[in-house]
Design a protein around this ligand. Structure first.
Ligand SMILES: Nc1nc2c(ncn2[C@@H]2O[C@H](COP(=O)(O)OP(=O)(O)OP(=O)(O)O)[C@@H](O)[C@H]2O)c(=O)[nH]1
Ligand SMILES: [Mg+2]
Length: 402
C-alpha cells in the first residue's frame, strides 16, 4: 500500500485533514502541538473502475468498487507540527519523520488563510504568507537529510576518492530506506554543480545544497492549501501557486463535518461529491444547520471541499501513478478463485509488466516471461509501458499470476 505523509507547521489542520480522510478520531485544537505522536489510518484514492467498460456484471471482489468507482487504499500518517530549528530539537523535534521514511508522497499542509504564524500561534487572518509555511518544511526536511548523511560523510567521501566505491552508490545506500534512488543522486550531483571526483573538498554548505536538491528530486512536495473556506484564503492560494508549488486548495474542516454528518445520516454525501443533500433537517440544531449552509456556499464556489480531490490528484496527476488491474485468467478477468478484477495496483510512471509482476510477488517477477493484455488477448511488447486502467495477465515460470 502506498504511504502518504502529512507534514507542516503546527495548527494548520493536519489532524483535521487526517480525520476527514480516515474518519479516525484524533485530537484537534486551535493551538500548536496538539498532535504529539504520528497518527496512522487508511484513506482511499478514487479511480474509475474498468468493470463498466469491460461489461463486468459481478461486483469486483477484494477492493471496493462503488457505482463504478474503485477505491484504492492508501495509508496516511498525520505528523506532529514542525517549527523552525526542529532539526535541532525545537518543538517536538523531527524524530517522528522516521515514520514517513517510506512515504511515496509528502503532503505539506499550509494555512492558506494566513491566520497562524510560523510557530502555529493564531494571528490576524491574512497576515502570514503561506509560502513561508512550505519553505519552513523544505528547510527542515533538508536539514534532516543533512543530519543523516553528515555522520557518514567523511567515510563516504574518502572511499569515493580512493575509488573503493562510487559516490552515487554510497549515497544511495545511506538513503536507501527513504526511497531515494541512484538516478536522483546522479541528478542532484549535476544540479548542485559540485565536483563528484573530489567530495572530501565539499563544504558543509555545499553538502546542504546537494541534499536539498536530492530532497526536491526524490521527495517532491505537494501543498494542501487548507482553510480555503476562510475569506483571506484566496490570496494565500494564489501566492502558493505563483511560487510554483503544486497546490490543491481544500477545507479539511468542511470535509470532516460532511463525512461525520453523512455517517450519522443527517446528509447524503460521498467523498469527492461537489455538493450534498439534506436527509432530515429537523434533527439538526440551528447551529448545525448554519454550519452546513456555510459549507454548501463554499462548496459551490470551490466545486467541493477539495479533500478527496487532493488524494486523487497527488497520486494520479502530480506523481502520475498508474492504476493497473492484474488478472490471472485473461478471459474471465479473474484470479484463480474466480474473483473478477480482484485487485488494483498503483505503479510508478514508466513501469512495465515486469515491475507489476515484482509488485505482486517477488517470485512472479523473477520468473517473468511475458504479459498479456486482457482486453485484446495479445502478448505485450517487451518494452511496453503500462497505462492507467490496463488489465494485465502475467505469465511467469513461477506461476501464472494476477
Ligand atoms: N477554517 C478552517 N479551520 C480549520 C480547517 N482545518 C482545521 N482547522 C482548524 O485549525 C485548528 C488546528 O487544527 P488541527 O487539525 O489540530 O491542526 P494540526 O496541524 O494537526 O496541529 P498540530 O497537531 O498542533 O500540529 C483547529 O482549530 C481546526 O478546527 C479548515 O479547513 N478551515
Ligand atoms: Mg495535529
Amino acid at each position: 500500500m502506498e504511504l502518504a505523509g502529512l507534514v507542516g507547521k503546527p495548527n494548520v489542520g493536519k489532524s483535521t485533514l487526517f480525520s476527514a480522510l480516515t474518519l479516525v478520531d484524533v485530537p484537534i485544537a486551535n493551538y500548536p502541538f496538539t498532535t504529539k505522536k504520528p497518527n496512522r489510518g487508511v484513506t482511499y484514492l478514487r479511480f474509475n473502475c474498468v468493470c463498466k467498460s469491460l461489461g463486468v456484471k459481478d461486483n469486483p471482489k477484494n477492493s471496493l468498487c462503488i457505482d463504478g468507482v474503485r477505491l484504492i487504499p492508501i495509508q496516511i500518517i498525520d505528523c506532529p507540527g514542525i517549527v523552525p530549528q526542529a532539526h535541532l530539537g525545537r518543538g517536538l523535534g523531527l524524530q517522528f519523520l522516521d515514520e514517513i521514511r517510506q512515504a511515496s508522497s509528502l503532503i505539506v499542509v499550509a494555512d492558506a488563510s494566513g491566520g497562524t504564524d510560523i510557530e502555529g500561534n493564531l494571528v490576524e487572518p491574512g497576515t502570514q504568507d503561506p509560502v513561508e509555511d512550505v519553505r519552513l518544511v523544505e528547510r527542515e526536511l533538508s536539514e534532516w537529510l543533512l543530519g543523516i548523511i553528515s555522520k557518514d560523510w567523511p567515510r563516504i567521501a574518502r572511499a569515493a576518492e580512493a575509488k573503493q566505491a562510487t559516490l552515487e552508490d554510497e549515497v544511495t545506500r545511506i538513503f536507501s530506506g527513504l526511497g531515494i534512488e541512484k538516478i536522483h543522486v546522479e541528478s542532484a550531483i549535476n544540479r548542485s554543480e559540485l565536483n563528484p571526483s573530489h567530495p572530501t573538498a565539499w563544504k558543509q554548505d555545499e553538502l546542504r545544497r546537494f541534499v536539498s536538491e536530492l530532497r526536491s528530486l526524490a521527495k517532491p512536495l505537494i501543498v494542501a492549501a487548507n482553510k480555503a473556506d476562510m475569506p483571506t484564503a484566496q490570496r494565500g492560494i494564489k501566492r502558493l501557486m505563483d511560487a510554483g508549488y503544486d497546490t490543491i486548495p481544500c477545507s479539511a474542516e468542511a470535509e470532516r463535518t460532511l463525512r461525520i454528518a453523512a455517517e450519522r445520516g443527517y446528509i447524503r454525501y460521498r467523498p469527492g461529491d461537489k455538493t450534498f443533500t439534506m436527509v432530515d433537517e429537523s434533527r439538526l440544531t440551528q447551529m448545525q444547520r448554519r454550519a452546513l449552509e456555510r459549507i454548501a456556499a463554499f462548496m459551490e464556489k470551490n466545486q467541493g471541499t477539495g479533500v478527496q480531490n487532493l488524494i486523487d490528484k497527488v497520486y494520479l496527476e502530480v506523481l502520475g501513478y498508474v492504476p493497473v488491474f492484474p488478472v490471472e485468467d485473461p478471459t474471465r478477468l479473474s484470479d484463480r478463485n474466480g474473483n473478477v478484477l480482484p485487485d488494483v495496483y498503483l505503479l510508478k510512471p514508466g513501469s512495465g509488466p515486469r515491475e507489476l509482476a515484482y509488485k505482486i510477488h517477488t517470485e512472479l517477477g523473477e520468473g517473468y516471461l511475458y504479459a498479456i493484455d486482457a482486453r485484446t488477448k495479445l502478448k505485450l511488447a517487451a518494452d511496453y509501458v503500462l497505462k492507467p486502467g490496463d488489465v494485465i495477465s502475467i505469465v511467469s515460470a513461477a506461476k501464472r499470476g494476477g
